[in-house]
Design a protein around this ligand. Structure first.
Ligand SMILES: [Ca+2]
Ligand SMILES: [Ca+2]
Ligand SMILES: [Ca+2]
Length: 402
């Protein structure tokens, strides 16, 4: 516990340092040319862009020093601080938005064990009690059916969205009806290979810029057959031609030398989807495609007010170095639990299969910074607030990721 407190202190110091360094960098950015106040340099009458400035000398429409196609100002607004904690059979990632009046937190918990690999995502907004700028001796009591606790002594998290994606194993099957997907009632099942034993986690920290990092985690089954390459980022960055947003985790899936026991078989990745409240929907056009960040993707998602949880994947994979299509069948409810659904991602046969799904949160408010949510103020009537919005407060203090 002492060690935890100490590390939590280190974490806070780190956040302070980051805030200071970022304030400096923002101050520098303010001096960058091209950030003209409207009406200051331009004649007020004609405002046609490109009309007065020859296109040759024109800088790109948006400031983009790191050439990732994302406006650097928007990147600054959406940067996050990521902390990683690696435990036995678990990697936890806590990601907090650096700027803005409304802070939010994304917890991602990657678990691995006899049940396979699970990625649980929780998204919440951080609420401050304006009546208490100092640590409280007697925090608010718990509301009925809700856990109510503080991030620190005067901040708490209001969770908005929780969902989980599990990779359970691989199913070797012969596609008897020749439709490229696994049909349990028709196709021949050869083998059900579960992920249940793993090598120690391999973690590395890679600098993206002077104030942001990429966190890379390699998780391998003991036999090396199934590997997941997990990328958490603090700002928008390209990894292997895929743009990852700071509210997403990219999980590359690599299957090496599967021992096919049938000469005509192929593999399906057995995936389960859980959500706290509502069922998943599917769409061919993903959020990232709509935003122009990606192409040829498909996704399943859950919606909760302005927050969307997504599990998306590229519709092609590299099969022995050749890009080939990946097929999925419509998601179905898994057994009697309506919160649980299953999805089979079917790959063409090959010795080396490489595929890149993403899991994350799409926050519509980050697109419209002027329309930020008004933080909910916790007052003495906290119990009724909780009753109305049916939120879950989680003990952040105890599970602070460092
Ligand atoms: Ca940029
Ligand atoms: Ca089939
Ligand atoms: Ca960037």
């Amino acid at each position: 516990m002492k060690r935890k407190n100490l590390m939590f202190g280190v974490f806070l110091l780190g956040m302070l340092f980051l805030t200071v360094s970022l304030t400096n960098s923002v101050a520098t950015e303010d001096e960058v040319p091209g950030e003209e106040e409207p009406g200051e340099h331009d004649p007020p009458i004609e405002e046609e862009p490109g009309e007065h400035y020859p296109p040759i000398e024109e800088e790109p429409e948006i400031p983009d020093d790191d050439n990732d196609g994302i406006d650097d100002n928007f990147e600054d607004e959406t940067k996050r601080d990521v902390s990683i904690w690696i435990g036995e059979n678990v990697v936890e990632m806590g990601s907090i938005r650096r700027h803005g009046d409304q802070k939010d937190i994304i917890d991602m918990r990657v678990g691995f064990g006899p049940e396979g690999i699970s990625v649980r995502v929780s998204f919440g907004t951080i609420i401050r009690n304006p009546e208490h700028d100092e640590p409280q001796e007697d925090p608010i009591s718990e509301g009925e059916g809700s856990e109510l606790q503080w991030v620190n002594d005067y901040e708490m998290v209001q969770y908005k969205l929780k969902f989980e994606v599990w990779f359970r194993g691989l199913i070797e099957f012969v596609d008897l009806n020749d439709n490229a997907v696994l049909d349990f009632e028709v196709d021949e099942i050869i083998e059900d290979y579960g992920f249940n034993s793993f090598q120690p986690v391999d973690y590395s920290l890679i600098s993206i810029s002077d104030d942001s990092n990429l966190h890379y985690i390699l998780l391998n089954t003991t036999d090396g057959l199934f590997a997941t390459h997990i990328y958490f980022v603090e700002e928008f960055v390209y990894v292997d031609e895929t743009l990852i947003s700071p509210t997403q985790v990219k999980i590359d899936i690599e299957i090496t030398d599967f021992n096919y026991t049938d000469a005509n078989s192929q593999l399906a990745l057995h995936t389960k989807l859980w959500s706290e409240t509502i069922g998943y929907e599917e769409r061919e056009e993903t959020n990232d495609e709509e935003e122009g960040y990606a192409s040829e993707e498909k996704e399943v998602y859950i919606n909760n007010e302005e927050y969307t949880g997504i599990f998306s994947w590229k519709e092609t994979a590299l099969i022995d170095g050749v890009e080939m299509p990946v097929f999925t069948k419509k998601i179905i409810i898994d057994g009697e639990d309506e919160h649980l659904e299953k999805l089979y991602i079917c790959y063409p046969r090959g010795n080396h299969i490489y595929h890149d799904p993403k899991i994350g949160i799409y926050i519509s408010i980050i697109q419209t910074p002027n329309n930020l949510l008004i933080p909910i103020i916790i007052t003495s009537s906290v119990a009724s607030v909780i009753g109305i919005v049916t939120v879950t407060f989680v003990v952040m203090k105890k599970r602070r990721i460092i």
